[in-house]
Each structure stands twice: as structure tokens, then as C-alpha cells.
Design a protein. Structure first.
Length: 202
């Protein structure tokens, strides 16, 4: 399984990184371009995920209204199942769709450090060393993560998202800057696709 993952995902991605680097001559720009490239490829899938999330949000409102005076957990579960069946929506479909994204995202995350190890000029604009951690960049990514949570997370789930994100704070200050550039670009593109691209299509 590891051989297949590296042979068909990680290694080809590294080769594409190296090809783009030969064109732009900047490691940071290469990471940004590649991140946007893969986000565009995954755009149709992410749009389907967005549609499913919107359906589930509406169904959850309906469930909350139907079960607000019911304390019996079994009865609540029965009502939830009935509403999901009536709406023709599976709560597991969205999870499955998101899992399709996961191998590609992990492969890019693994490919970036290996790509940086294969080149001599591993800087963004000859200024930020992408092989080393960067406190300022880490803070910027953390703020972008908070922005993502406040813009895209429903109020009832926001506290949980903030709690989970708090565990990522130390990570942002120890991982290479190349990965921070990847995470930051992903966050910004996700905000754009959710707030501009997808909203205008609904």
C-alpha cells in the first residue's frame, strides 16, 4: 500500500513540483501554484461536498425543531433517521466524499519537504527559508485558520472547532515554512471557493 501511495501519488507530485520550479525559479511560488492547481482539480468534488453540507445544515435545523421537546434518545434517533430518509440524504455520504480528498492532500504534504530537499534555492522571493520554521508565518497561518473557522463553521460547532485548532498552534511554529505556505494557500482558496465561487452557483 505504501509503495502504491508513493509510486502513484507522492512521486508524480514531486516531479510536477520540480517541473514548475524549473519554470518559475522560486520554491515558494511553486508551492503556491501547485496548491492552487490541485484545488482547481478538486473543485468539482469540493462543490459536491459543499452542496451536501448545505443539505445537512437544513436537515439539522428540521431535526432540532422536531426534537426540541423530546428527551428520549431512542425517539430522537428514530425521528432523525426518518427525516434523513424523507430528504433522501445520507449523513455518511459527505464523510465519504471528504475521504476521497484526503490521500491527495496527504501526498502533497509529504511531497513538499521532499521537493525542497531536491533543490538548492528553497526560498520564497529569496527571503523566507522554506525548509525552516518561521514564527511570523506561523502566526499568519494561525490567524487564517481562525478566520476560516469563523466564516465557515456554524455557531454551534465553532467552539469545538476552536478547541481542536488550539492543539495545532504549536505545530504551526515547528513545521517547515514550505508547509505553512501550502496550508495558508489552501485556507485562502477554501475561503474564496466557499464564499464566492460556490455561493454564486447555489
Amino acid at each position: 500500500m505504501k509503495y502504491i501511495f508513493y509510486s502513484y501519488l507522492v512521486n508524480p507530485i514531486i516531479l510536477i513540483f520540480l517541473y514548475i520550479f524549473q519554470l518559475v525559479k522560486d520554491a515558494g511560488l511553486t508551492i503556491i501554484i501547485m496548491t492552487i492547481f490541485f484545488k482547481i482539480i478538486l473543485l468539482p468534488l469540493n462543490y459536491i461536498i459543499y452542496q451536501e453540507e448545505e443539505k445537512i445544515k437544513k436537515i439539522n435545523k428540521k431535526i432540532n425543531e422536531s426534537t426540541k421537546n423530546i428527551k428520549d434518545l431512542v425517539k430522537k434517533s428514530e425521528i432523525m433517521s426518518k427525516i434523513y430518509k424523507e430528504e433522501g440524504v445520507s449523513p455518511f455520504k459527505n464523510l465519504f466524499l471528504q475521504l476521497i480528498n484526503l490521500p491527495i492532500l496527504i501526498a502533497i504534504f509529504i511531497a513538499i519537504p521532499q521537493f525542497l530537499n531536491k533543490i538548492n534555492n528553497h526560498f520564497l522571493f529569496n527571503f523566507i527559508n522554506l525548509k525552516s520554521p518561521n514564527i511570523i508565518l506561523g502566526l499568519i497561518v494561525f490567524m487564517a485558520q481562525l478566520l476560516l473557522i469563523f466564516f465557515l463553521t456554524s455557531p454551534e460547532h465553532r467552539k469545538l472547532s476552536l478547541f481542536i485548532s488550539s492543539f495545532l498552534v504549536p505545530v504551526f511554529f515547528i513545521i517547515p515554512s514550505g508547509l505553512l505556505i501550502y496550508i495558508f494557500t489552501t485556507i485562502i482558496f477554501t475561503l474564496l471557493e466557499r464564499k464566492i465561487i460556490f455561493v454564486n452557483k447555489i
